[in-house]
Write a protein that binds this ligand. Structure first.
Ligand code: MD6
Ligand code: FE
Length: 220
């Protein structure tokens, strides 16, 4: 038997690994979405044609550098009135496009792979980063139920995920997220501060000069 085949752990097929060594509430599934990409991309295309990503304004009036859209029953929005989930796309007055079955399947498979059975997301936030776009440190706290995990899928250009602690000033770990990576977090980590460093210039073979992040939540 050739044990040296997987001697380099970077080459070994890997299951979930902790986002922060020594803790188990946030798990990284390297490349977990890769087998789904051929189906994900046309489904993503349909979503962004129905609800084009747009630069929303923060409650403080700043234009976000990340362009956002949603699919599913609820969509995350921000404007001068605050952050919230809404049933209708404020740009069109129409419901958000439905969550494509391949999106839901991937989110549920990833949740199950990290120990969360019966994940039923009702919202999928679509974040589009062009080079230079970034996401400031924040907590995800607009959902009703903090016992459900969040599943996050990265596509396109690589990004550096900033994973902080319970307080904004806590030390931040920098974790590269690559095309096809999936992160599942919940439990003790659900309210950690996190963000994304400014996206570096680049060209991805399938997605071009952008990163797409899908985050699945149980919002309602
Ligand atoms: C992003 N993600 O990766 C931004 N939030 O583009 C998030 O803000 C996020 O990845 C909650 C849970 C997982 C995430
Ligand atoms: Fe977030």
């Amino acid at each position: 038997m050739n044990l040296s085949l997987f001697a380099d752990e970077d080459l070994a097929p890997s299951g979930p690994v902790p986002l922060v060594p020594g803790t188990l509430a946030s798990m990284l599934l390297r490349g977990f979405a890769l087998p789904h990409v051929a189906q994900l991309l046309p489904a993503l295309d349909a979503v962004v044609r129905a609800a084009p990503p747009r630069h929303m304004a923060t409650p403080g009036g700043l234009r976000m550098s990340v362009a956002m859209s949603n699919c599913g029953q609820l969509g995350w929005v921000t404007d001068g009135r605050g952050y919230r989930y809404a049933r209708l796309d404020p740009a069109s007055g129409q419901p958000w496009p439905p969550m494509p079955p391949v999106f839901l399947r991937l989110a549920q498979e990833a949740a199950l792979a990290t120990g969360y059975a019966d994940f039923m997301p009702d919202a999928c936030l679509v974040n589009r980063y062009a080079p230079g776009a970034r996401m400031a440190l924040h907590q995800d706290r607009d959902e009703c139920d903090f016992t459900a995990p969040i599943v996050s899928v990265s596509l396109g250009l690589p990004a550096v995920f900033l994973f902080g602690g319970a307080a904004r000033a806590d030390k931040v770990a920098r974790i590269p997220l690559l095309h096809g990576d999936v992160v599942v977090w919940g439990g003790a980590d659900r309210l950690r501060f996190h963000g994304v460093a400014a996206l570096k210039e680049g060209e991805h073979a399938q997605l071009g000069a952008q990163r797409i992040n899908l985050t699945f939540r149980k919002a309602g």
